[in-house]
Ligand binder design. Structure first.
Ligand SMILES: CC(C)(COP(=O)(O)OP(=O)(O)OC[C@H]1O[C@@H](n2cnc3c(N)ncnc32)[C@H](O)[C@@H]1OP(=O)(O)O)[C@@H](O)C(=O)NCCC(=O)NCCS
Length: 160
């Protein structure tokens, strides 16, 4: 399947897709204004989207990534993620960071591209979301922070 990935103005972000990854429309609208939004098209149909926000320390945060339900598990998310990793790397940023409340398949999705666990923000979802977020019967409480550093990450060295 040929995939085209374009940057769009935040006002044209596909909110229905972004809400799959973050159920708070208010939160999505807030970070969209300080971010860059990318949309993936297959045969001119929107199939995926992601949002990147510059944060402190020369890092960029992947605020949101989502693929339309009927197109999931066909490799689109991986291609979109790899594409934005390349874009962030080319921009000269130190690395990419992502926070997730799920410790399920999404963890593998990021780890396969080299993301590593940086820290856990305990109680993040309890403090920041008025409504409980529940996935597969488990309420999101803590946020797992993952990073992909492009250079100078000495923690990748073997210690044997
Ligand atoms: C996370 C997401 C963007 C991945 O996109 P995708 O196009 O489905 O991902 P891919 O097809 O590239 O799959 C990559 C791997 O992810 C895993 N995966 C993806 N969807 C999965 C699912 N529903 N169940 C189990 N594993 C899944 C698999 O390990 C897969 O590898 P495999 O094909 O070798 O089995 C997409 O599933 C999605 O939009 N989910 C809802 C929103 C979300 O959770 N966003 C991330 C918030 S942290």
């Amino acid at each position: 399947m040929s995939l085209q990935i374009d940057e769009v103005p935040p006002s044209e972000a596909p909110m229905d897709l972004l809400l799959l990854a973050d159920p708070s429309e208010d939160a999505v609208k807030e970070y969209l204004n300080q971010s860059r939004c990318f949309v993936a098209y297959a045969n001119d149909v929107v199939v995926g989207s992601c949002v990147l926000k510059p944060i402190e320390g020369g890092m960029v945060e992947l605020m949101n990534i989502a693929v339309s339900p009927s197109n999931q598990q066909s490799g689109i998310g991986t291609r979109l993620l790899r594409n934005v990793i390349d874009k962030v790397k080319e921009s000269g940023a130190r690395g990419l960071e992502v926070g997730t409340g799920t410790f399920g398949y999404q963890l593998t999705f990021y780890q396969r591209q080299g993301f590593r666990v940086a820290r856990i923000d305990k109680g993040f979802f309890l403090r920041n979301y008025p409504e409980p977020i529940v996935e597969d019967g488990v309420q999101h409480k803590d946020m797992l922070r993952l990073t992909l550093e492009f250079c100078g990450d000495t923690s990748q060295q073997r210690t044997v």
